[in-house]
Write a protein that binds this ligand. Structure first.
Ligand SMILES: Nc1ncnc2c1ncn2[C@@H]1O[C@H](COP(=O)(O)OP(=O)(O)O)[C@@H](O)[C@H]1O
Ligand SMILES: [Mg+2]
Length: 252
């Protein structure tokens, strides 16, 4: 992981449903890092991701991105271009897997030949080659999620926000999705994942932040390799939970 910040949100506040849903003095997202964002239902995870993606306006927030510090309203178009938000039940067009993955590229003004080459490569990447001609709406939940990941990756975002990506997946689909997330990281794409599956997903994560009562709490911030060692020791030595189960107030 590269510890260099990709973007920073300062004084991020959102008032919703008669309360301050989000009140976050500082959120730093690192380049090519993997951050897990946890929190109870209704804690504001989806709202936070949409603000980061430039899709939903906060009441206030300044964004430090690409060498500039701007109010969210001035930065949100740039965020939209470089950050992709993936819904937990991705919307797929009633067309082939190939057409779904190619969709964003035609909008980016690429030629047919270039689109074809890039889509073929991305189908391979996602292990979807054998499903290329199938209607995307007829796939399983896990396959749909992989189509959505492929469609997002082909746009070469700097940051991918995955909202509960494993929510309705069987074991094999989860493992494949973990594998693709690992690949995205190694390709230099930052990933933020909302998930309740800390045990398995922790091996991918560089950071774990927890959202509660509008505040962000930092659970761990260690190299994944060190975390793996800690977890092995914890599991070997006792029945205790791995070390990332305990919250500490965010002191960044
Ligand atoms: N448009 C809205 N108007 C009023 N309340 C909303 C609106 N959108 C979301 N909320 C509320 O904001 C809270 C946070 O929602 P959300 O960000 O989806 O949380 P999470 O993803 O953590 O479950 C929830 O209590 C939800 O009911
Ligand atoms: Mg949500």
């Amino acid at each position: 992981m590269n510890a260099e910040p990709l973007m920073q949100f300062l004084n991020l506040q959102k008032y919703l449903g008669g309360r301050w849903l989000l009140d976050i003095p500082e959120l730093t997202i690192r380049r090519a890092g993997c951050m897990i964002l946890s929190g109870d239902n209704g804690a504001g995870k989806t709202t936070l991701l949409k603000i980061v993606a430039g899709l939903e306006p906060p009441d206030s927030a300044d964004v430090s991105y690409r060498g500039k510090l701007l109010p969210w309203r001035a930065a949100h178009r740039d965020l939209r271009r470089n950050v992709v938000y993936l819904h937990q039940t991705p919307y797929l067009f009633d067309r082939s897997v190939t057409a779904n993955i190619a969709y964003g590229l035609y909008h980016a003004g690429m030629t047919r030949a270039d689109v074809k080459a890039k889509v073929t490569q991305t189908l391979e990447w996602a292990g979807l080659g054998h499903l290329a001609k199938r209607n995307a709406r007829q796939l399983s939940g896990g396959e749909k999620q992989r189509v959505a990941l492929a469609r997002a990756r082909i746009l070469s975002p700097q940051l991918l926000l995955l909202d509960e990506p494993m929510a309705s997946m069987d074991y094999e689909s989860r493992e494949r999705t973990y594998f693709l997330i690992q690949r995205l990281k190694s390709e230099g794409i930052g990933v933020v994942i909302t998930s309740h599956e800390f045990q398995r997903i922790a091996s991918l994560a560089d950071e774990h932040v927890h959202l509660q009562g509008g505040k962000l709490y930092r659970n761990f911030d260690r190299p994944a390799s060190e975390l793996d060692i800690n977890r092995k020791l914890a599991l070997e030595n006792s029945d205790s939970e791995p070390p990332f189960a305990v919250s500490e107030p965010d002191i960044r």
